[in-house]
Design a protein around this ligand. Structure first.
Ligand code: BES
Ligand code: ZN
Length: 624
């Protein structure tokens, strides 16, 4: 699935950026890297400023059908939009927004990753309206049968637009460089509720006709819709849960600290600018942990552990309200500006709400995970300012933009001190609010507002190495956790046979202690030792998705057959790619494992989201 749409301008930029340059030179040469290799849109000629969606949600045919009306700024003869697997019925233009007349259009050849450009003759008009329907294989939509939901009564639909899937359900300029406001009218069957990443204007009564408005300009990847048997459970004045009736109360209890998290970020980085912050808990097939859709984070139910131990996910998605949604990566190669900053903010929130010890443990776990992942990554994927030209961004994203990105910021923070770094970041969010920026924009801002005045500090930070080179710079801040050092000593004793499993002081261990303990153990563990741990701690029946996943990876690796039914159950009931990927990868390492993997996958695959099955198809060489 390789596509090559490198433009000449960016080839030059790449050649320049890869030679040895000072940070200032780098910031200058990178101006060219504003090119978005993942969009056909001619947004430099005509830019969409507002979108009006009008859609019917048809569960029977698994289609969205209706129209998208776009308001434009700038004069151009033609408008090129991104589409993928859409059926375009007709296109109209208008100059007053009231009368529309039909215009000619051309749907180009489809690329398997990017979809097809839709070229529309504008003839001086500044509005277009596209009448269309989605296709059965739209990768941005997942249609669920009632039996795939918690309540088993109503069907469910949700969208996932990031990175480039918005174009599979809306024809638009699908690039994070373009921001638009939007309004939507959504019609559904009467027994379900529709929610969007916008203000609900029609109220929560189930009328089957819902109205939404997003008054702040957002990039296309943040447009989101979900429809299902949803109820609302308030948490605070401005936070609440949308979920199926069976999970709403548990979710509200799990996430009750959301308001404290908001207060914590606001104190550090300025006011929350989006009005409400609600969380939509999706069915377990949701392919991600969370998605930061503005005003309405989408979240996996697998973080409802019963003890708030996995709520850093909420801290993360909430933090995106600043890093990502307010200040947005201009192209997907600048993705680390979204995720690295967000992981950094997430840690700051966790520290303020749950204390430095928990924050440190979570950070160490992330860094351990990154180092493990980097052992098998190509050099090119270890670069923050990653080159994704010709690649599917879904397959190009790794832990690097997240954890190496956060490590870079943490290193700068340690060098200049929080007294300087906190106001700097606050100023960054203020300065670039509602803008889409490149890595070079950030580098310039960092120099002008933090480093130029601090030559001694600047001396210690090799920006070019952090941003353009693979690996982790020698001079970096490594997180440490005292609690984890104790765990390592205890694990060593158990391994050496000096203490039996029952003697481990696990009574006081949290999820993070457990994860570190399990990851500290060697890859190879005799079946008897696995059984000993399982007898003492019932790991195979853990209700904590992170612990269970880690344990199941170990079980596959060590052929611990007693965990096989739990493995099959987990893989068929959960669709979160982060869990599926390492488990199927581990299975695929042996012939027998691969056979078992394929057997489980055959049954599980119909329940997975296309984004997840796409990944697993590759791991198992799925013949389909
Ligand atoms: N924005 C991401 C999810 C995403 C990234 C979707 C790229 C599609 C393409 C979201 O904020 C995220 O990072 N989610 C993580 C959880 C987080 C705690 C690291 C996830 O889903 O695992
Ligand atoms: Zn994120």
């Amino acid at each position: 699935m390789m596509v090559l749409i490198m433009r000449r301008r960016s080839l030059i930029a790449l050649a320049l950026a890869s030679s040895c340059t000072t940070p200032t030179e780098m910031a200058d040469t990178q101006d060219d890297s504003r090119t978005d290799h993942h969009s056909y849109a001619n947004f430099e000629d005509a830019r969409v400023t507002h979108l009006d969606l009008d859609l019917d949600v048809d569960f029977a045919s698994r289609k969205l059908r209706g129209s998208a009306a776009l308001q434009l700024e700038g004069a151009a003869d033609r408008l090129v939009l991104d589409t993928k697997l859409l059926t375009i019925e007709r296109v109209e233009t208008s100059s007053d927004g009231a009368t529309f007349s039909e215009t000619s259009f051309d749907l180009g050849d489809a690329d398997p990753v990017l979809g097809a450009p839709l070229t529309i003759a504008l003839n001086g008009a500044d509005r277009v309206r596209v009448h269309y329907a989605t296709g059965p294989d739209a990768t941005g939509l997942q249609w669920l049968e009632p039996h795939q939901t918690a309540g088993k009564k109503a069907p469910f639909l949700f969208t996932q637009s990031q990175a480039i899937h918005a174009r599979t359900w809306i024809p638009l300029q699908d690039t994070p460089a373009v921001r638009a406001t939007y309004a939507a009218e959504i019609r559904t069957p009467k027994d379900v509720l529709a929610v969007m990443s916008a203000e609900m204007r029609s109220g929560a009564a189930r009328t089957g006709a819902y109205r939404f408005e997003m008054p702040q300009p957002i990039p296309s990847y943040l447009i989101a819709l979900a429809v299902g048997d949803l109820v609302f459970e308030p948490m605070s004045e401005r936070t609440g849960i949308y979920a199926e009736p069976a999970v709403a109360k548990a979710a509200a209890a799990e996430f009750e600290d959301t308001e404290s998290m908001m207060t914590a970020v606001e104190k550090l980085y300025g006011p929350y600018r989006w009005g409400r912050y609600d969380i939509l808990v999706l069915p377990p097939s949701f392919p991600f942990g969370g998605m930061e859709n503005p005003r309405l984070t989408f979240a996996t139910p697998t973080v409802i552990a019963g003890d708030k131990s996995l709520v850093s996910l909420i801290a993360h998605e909430l933090a995106h309200s600043w890093s990502g949604n307010l200040v947005t990566n201009a192209t997907w190669r600048d993705f680390w500006l979204n995720e690295g900053f967000t992981v950094y903010l997430e840690e700051r929130i966790q520290e303020l709400v749950y204390g430095p010890e928990r924050a440190a443990m979570e950070t160490v776990l992330e860094v351990e995970g990154l180092k493990e992942e980097m052992a098998s990554l190509d050099d090119r994927d270890e670069i923050l300012h990653v080159d994704l030209a010709g690649r599917d961004p879904d397959e190009g994203f790794t832990g690097v933009p997240y954890v190496k990105g956060a490590m870079f910021l943490r290193t700068v923070e340690k060098i200049v001190g929080r007294e300087a770094f906190d106001p700097f970041l606050r100023g960054y969010f203020e300065n670039f609010a509602f803008q889409s920026i490149t890595t070079a924009d950030f580098v310039r801002y960092l120099q002008a507002n933090l480093l130029d005045d601090r030559p001694a500090a600047a001396e210690k930070i090799d920006i070019e190495e952090w941003i353009e080179q693979p690996g982790l710079p020698e001079r970096r801040h490594e997180p440490v956790s005292d609690a984890f050092e104790k765990i390592e000593a205890q694990a060593a004793e158990w391994l050496a046979g000096t203490a039996p499993a029952e003697a481990l002081p696990a009574g006081g261990w949290t999820t993070q202690h457990w994860l570190h303990f399990l990851r500290t153990l060697p890859d190879e563990l005799a079946a008897g030792r696995m059984a000993e741990l399982d007898r003492a701690f019932r790991l195979t029946s853990s209700g904590n998705s992170e612990i269970l996943c880690q344990w199941l990876i170990m079980a596959v690796r060590n052929d611990y057959a007693a965990a096989d039914p739990a493995l099959a159950k987990f893989l068929t009931s959960v669709g979160r790619r982060k869990f599926l990927k390492p488990l199927y990868e581990e299975l695929a390492k042996t012939e027998q494992g691969k056979r078992r993997g394929l057997e489980i996958y055959r049954a599980a695959r119909p329940g997975y989201h296309p984004i997840a099955s796409n990944t697993i198809d590759g791991i198992l060489d799925w013949p389909g």
